[in-house]
Write a protein that binds this ligand. Structure first.
Ligand code: HEC
Ligand SMILES: [Cu+2]
Length: 326
């Protein structure tokens, strides 16, 4: 992830964010010119005043303004008011057209993804008319470049806001009020998203990884996600699966192909394929995974996952198993 792709509304990767960036720069240059003009005139006025009063301890007594100079002042002020109104109006029109352009008309062939905000992670579900083809994952969204995408957004608890600045503007997730938003990615890249509405203790650690990739790469990613979890290959992995299925993990997590089918926490069917864990907070490495499983709240205070007491053998097997879930 390059610095500009990290989380920047000024380095667009989708048609929608390109419109927003364009509007931003228009506002920036117009207001910069006005600011510079105001500063210049202010500076001139100050200079004049200093020169007028230099060497004279008493403030100068200015003559009464003449009728002619008063008329001129009124004209200048009126002209400036009219120019200000015109500029504001032009910006308003630009804003209106940008708004129109980014709330594009629905496309029936769009890829449909359902996003559910939870305290403090994102559930991601690729929709399909056939229930068995639906893919569920968490905190990582892949989309194909050049294809319209429809996001169906909802919240399971409090108000969150979905924001991937390189792709589109913010969209609030209000409980009980599902909304939709549309975008088309225009270049490949890996971007970061962030919850943009304060939603409790770990709001700042409610991020996501957003991957825009070539259609072929996306198709193979989605096909891999559709599969059930791979069967354990080694004894340790087999034992790890038993540990998982025998402990309270199954009350909150799903691993497709096993009896773990709960949805209080992220789907773990392909957890090893994800770049980050804990909603973009920690790299998906064995060390962080171990720390997370033993005591998640030490890494993310307030987290909705309880600590676990596991013998080191059980933990190692569990890690072997989770790391095999590609
Ligand atoms: C009470 C419910 C609950 C139980 C029990 C539970 N978890 Fe979790 N787990 C969660 C929640 C909620 C999250 C997401 C937390 C966050 O990111 O804020 C999570 C996150 C995770 C993650 C990171 C997933 C990701 O993509 O970020 C892993 C791995 C995980 N849990 C493994 C386990 C294992 C292994 C067990 C059993 C030893 C377990 N969990 C028990 C609720 C639970
Ligand atoms: Cu939030």
């Amino acid at each position: 992830m390059s610095a500009a792709d990290f989380q920047s509304a000024l380095n667009p990767a989708a048609s929608e964010s390109a419109h927003i960036t364009h509007l931003w720069w228009t506002f920036f240059w117009v207001t910069l010119v006005i600011f510079a003009l105001v500063a210049i005139f202010l500076f001139i006025a100050i200079l004049r005043n200093i020169r007028r009063s230099s060497g004279d301890p008493q403030p100068p007594i200015l003559p009464e303004p003449t009728q002619a100079s008063e008329n001129r002042a009124t004209k200048v002020v009126s002209a400036l008011v009219v120019i200000t109104v015109l500029i504001l109006f032009a910006l308003l029109i630009g804003d209106f057209f940008t708004g129109n352009a980014i709330y594009a008309t629905p496309d029936p062939k769009a890829l449909s993804i359902k996003i559910t905000g939870h305290q403090w992670w994102w559930e991601v579900e690729y929709q399909d008319p056939q229930p068995s083809e639906i893919v569920t994952t968490a905190n990582e969204i892949h989309v194909p470049v050049g294809k319209p995408v429809k996001l169906e957004l909802q919240s399971s608890d409090v108000i969150h806001s979905f924001w991937v600045p390189n792709i589109h503007g913010k969209k609030d997730l209000v409980p009980g009020h599902p909304t939709t938003t549309w975008f088309t990615a225009r270049r490949t890249g890996e971007f970061r998203g962030q919850c943009a509405e304060y939603c409790g203790e770990q709001h700042a650690h409610m991020r996501l990884v957003f991957v825009a990739e070539a259609p072929d790469a996306f198709s193979s990613w989605l096909a891999a996600q559709k599969k059930s979890a791979p069967e354990p290959m080694s004894d340790s992995q087999r034992r790890g699966r038993d540990v998982f299925l025998a402990s309270q993990c199954v009350m909150c997590h799903t691993i497709q192909g096993t009896k773990a089918r709960a949805t209080l926490g992220p789907d773990l069917t392909h957890i090893a394929g994800r770049k980050m864990i804990a909603a973009g907070e920690l790299p998906n490495t064995r060390g962080y995974l171990a720390g997370w499983i033993l005591n998640a709240s030490a890494l993310k205070p307030g987290v909705r996952m309880p600590p676990n007491q596991l013998s080191s053998d059980d933990l190692n097997s569990l890690l072997d198993y989770l790391e095999s879930l590609k």
